[in-house]
Design a protein around this ligand. Structure first.
Ligand SMILES: O=P(O)(O)OC[C@H]1O[C@H](O[C@H]2O[C@H](CO)[C@@H](O)[C@H](O)[C@H]2O)[C@H](O)[C@@H](O)[C@@H]1O
Length: 269
């Protein structure tokens, strides 16, 4: 019997999406007290280049927060749980006006709660609202009840739990929808999505990545739809570095660290 020659299959090209808090950086007592390692932006920039920029952050934070923490690096980001989105071409999508206005109204309705319990932290985002109770865990039920009341006056929002936080986000938006939107665009389209996250609000994105033929990777314990797990923030950073390096080798991509020709040398003949 004649045998056909084996056909070489090109390796899958990855599109990597990652959560921020608890995944790229350790959790801290307050949203502004996180410790962002000096090397993080440089490392993520390298990984993004190695993936031909198919690398994005999907976060509950505002895009402006991620830019501040990773400056000068500017990445594609879905912020406020997908309410905000900056595409890989740098275009910032307009936020739905109902979400913008609705978040302001929800935050206003929470005013009395925050006045009564100053140990709570109200985080008003463009299009979403969070109330943190990390400093007062005993107030969880009180926060839940107040937020439920605040979103009832505005049917446009749903309540989602996070780590020592309840968040109001517009109905229909999620990290999963954001991942699906990125995957329709260059340079993500046609690649295999990987999403890494640690929280309940990451579940939509695990499912979306897996629906599209990729994989979800859950950091830590707890029920999850993700098919893989990873232990901690350090392992996430090592994984990103490793996957980026593999992508670079597969493409024989050379990422120059710095220019090697000085201007004087170019001029001398
Ligand atoms: O989707 P993520 O990138 O994980 O963002 C989720 C929320 O992260 C922030 O809150 C969480 O991290 C804080 C700092 O470690 C911590 O103090 C808080 O208890 C956590 O819930 C952020 O403040 C939220 O806006 C994000 O939605």
């Amino acid at each position: 019997m004649p045998q056909s020659a084996p056909v070489a299959t090109p390796p899958a090209q990855l599109a990597i999406f990652t959560d921020f808090d608890g995944t790229l950086v350790e959790l801290a007592e307050t949203p502004n007290s996180i410790d962002v390692p000096d090397t993080l932006a440089e490392q993520l920039g390298q990984t993004a280049r190695e993936l031909n920029l198919a690398f994005a952050v999907l976060t509950g934070r505002e895009i402006a927060d991620i830019d501040r923490f990773l400056a000068p690096l500017v990445l594609p980001v879905a912020g406020a749980h997908g309410t905000q989105r900056r595409r890989a071409d740098g275009v910032l999508e307009a936020i739905d006006p109902d979400s913008l206005e609705g978040a302001e109204r929800v935050a206003e309705a929470l005013g009395p709660l925050i006045a009564a319990y100053p140990e709570l932290i109200l985080e008003t985002k463009r299009g979403a609202v969070a109330v943190h109770f990390r400093q007062a865990p005993e107030l969880e039920a009180t926060v839940h009840e107040a937020m439920q009341g605040a979103i009832e006056i505005n049917n446009h929002f749903v309540l989602v739990p996070g780590k020592m936080v309840y968040e109001a986000r517009p109905r229909g938006v999620s990290k999963g929808e954001a991942l699906r939107a990125f995957m329709l665009e260059e340079p993500f389209v046609g690649r295999t999505p990987v999403f890494i996250g640690d929280d309940v609000t990451d579940e939509d994105a695990f499912i979306a990545a897996q629906d599209l033929g990729g994989v979800g990777i859950k950091l830590g314990d707890g029920d999850t739809a993700a098919r893989m797990r990873i232990a901690d923030v350090g392992s996430v950073r090592a994984l990103l570095q490793g996957l980026g390096d593999i992508a670079a080798r597969e493409q024989e991509l050379v990422v120059p660290e710095r220019e090697t020709i000085e201007p004087e040398q170019e001029l001398a003949h």
